[in-house]
Design a binder for this molecule. Structure first.
Ligand code: ADP
Length: 433
């Protein structure tokens, strides 16, 4: 069917049809009537095939055109050829579109295509998840009606998409979504959105952390500065005041040093360790060291210190375990007002081993318990500033225990004392039977 058409063929066909009539007309001396007859026949013939073509184009479901003779075969074949070409183009366009949609579905980001007037053209599954869109029901709806947020409304209406916009997900409270819009074609825009919840949380953490450290350093620095200004005029400072100033300055610089030491300790602990099983920590000896320190610390208070230590060694990081246990013991002693009892145990519990510090101190209200291991968290800032606490002790404990696949547990009630403990798994016990 694929033939080439040329004017020559058309003229040749017409002449081949008319010449015999012309010759007959000339012989019969009826040239014009016979030629008119021939032309009328030609018109009727064309009319017939034109009707067949119209019927085929409008009524027939068959892709193949009906057969036709002469010049009509070229018209039928030409139409058929164009149809096949556009069908092929449609198919490859559909393939391309399907591939684009598959790629857009595989993206880790949400994608929405919308028109200049804000009407939704297409969205991928993640966009439906983040913004609660329904597909295809929402096609053609206005985006500002589908994603209802005042800031998004202004952003979309302004049409300045140079900067990204972060809004909470309208259907999932806990998600923060960052939105970017890019012109896509003359009339279309592509909106790409990603989940930045964790990034935002980290950013908040960082901001809080810097604010907390600055705040913690500011108080002792202000005290130091005050005393230094006072000492700058020795003639106006009585000797008793000078002695107090020096004592206070020592106290405050000690406090700053403690804070910096603890911060350094925390930052060192942030690097994950893989060699926790390499070292054997002789726990009874280590707890013995801590006991001596605890006794020194408790000299000012009427405290009864009890240590029940079983001879169990573990695999782990000595300095981390030391600082975890030291913080727990120090807290128990520090928070008991004047007199009380602190009991430290290291014992086997089923196939695990448990370190526990129990006191009959002031105890902690339940609402604070989940936040105790947050950095700089204190139950009562005033009371603790008196005690010189930084609010970092228990976060150090938490971090140190994470290196041993363990975590801190607390039982506490206001007025009834507290018990802080952690367990190390059977795999970390040396010579387990
Ligand atoms: P700090 O340096 O302030 O002691 P921690 O992180 O060690 O910081 O402790 C957090 C808070 O938990 C403390 O401010 C204190 O209020 C409370 N706390 C910790 N241990 C005890 C305890 N044994 N008895 C009562 N309160 C405690």
């Amino acid at each position: 069917m694929d033939r080439d058409y040329s004017n020559l063929i058309a003229v040749r066909g017409l002449l081949l049809y008319l010449i015999p009539f012309g010759v007959i007309g000339w012989l019969l001396d009826l040239f014009w009537p016979v030629l008119t007859f021939a032309l009328a026949g030609l018109v009727l013939w064309h009319y017939y095939y034109q009707q067949r073509l119209t019927k085929w184009l409008w009524k027939s479901r068959n892709l193949l055109p009906p057969t036709a003779p002469g010049s009509w075969s070229y018209i039928y074949d030409g139409i058929y050829r164009n149809q096949r070409r556009s069908q092929y183009r449609r198919k490859s366009l559909a393939r391309l579109l399907r591939r684009f949609r598959e790629a857009a579905e595989a993206l880790p980001d949400a994608a929405i295509v919308f028109r200049k007037d804000g009407s939704l053209l297409w969205s991928n599954k993640l966009a439906q998840f983040y913004f609660g869109l329904r597909w295809p029901e929402d096609a053609g709806m206005r985006l500002s009606n589908l994603i209802r947020h005042p800031e998004f409304f202004v952003y979309l209406n302004k049409g300045e998409f140079g900067e990204a916009l972060t809004i909470p997900s309208p259907v999932r409270d806990s998600l923060d979504i960052e939105i970017r819009v890019m012109p896509y074609s003359d009339d279309q825009f592509l909106l790409v959105a990603r989940d930045v919840t964790q990034l935002k949380q980290l950013e908040n953490l960082r901001r809080d952390f810097v604010a907390n450290v600055s705040h913690e350093l500011k108080t002792p620095l202000t005290v130091l500065q005050g005393y230094l200004e006072m000492l700058d005029e020795p003639q106006h400072t009585p000797p008793a005041m000078t002695a107090k100033a020096v004592e206070q300055m020592q106290l405050q610089s000690e406090r700053m040093k403690n804070l910096v030491d603890q911060l350094l300790q925390l930052s060192r602990m942030e690097t994950p360790s893989h060699d926790v099983f390499d070292q054997v920590v002789e726990m009874p000896a280590l707890i013995g060291e801590l006991r001596a320190e605890a006794e020194k610390l408790a000299t000012d208070k009427a405290l009864q210190l009890t240590f029940d230590i079983e001879p169990i060694n573990v695999y782990g990081k000595r300095d981390l375990l030391r600082s975890a246990m030291q913080n727990l013991i120090t807290n128990a002693i520090r928070y008991i007002q004047d007199e009380g009892h602190v009991r430290v145990t290291w014992r086997r519990v089923r196939d695990e081993v448990e370190f526990s510090v129990e006191d009959n101190g002031p105890g902690i209200d339940g609402e604070h318990l989940p936040r105790l291991t947050e950095r700089f968290y204190r139950v009562d800032a005033d009371r603790n500033s008196e005690n010189g606490g930084t609010g970092l002790g228990l976060s150090i404990v938490k971090q140190a225990l994470e290196h041993h696949n363990s975590h801190l547990e607390v039982n506490s009630k206001p007025g009834a004392g507290s018990r802080f403990w952690f367990r190390l798994s059977a795999g970390l016990i040396q010579n387990r039977k």
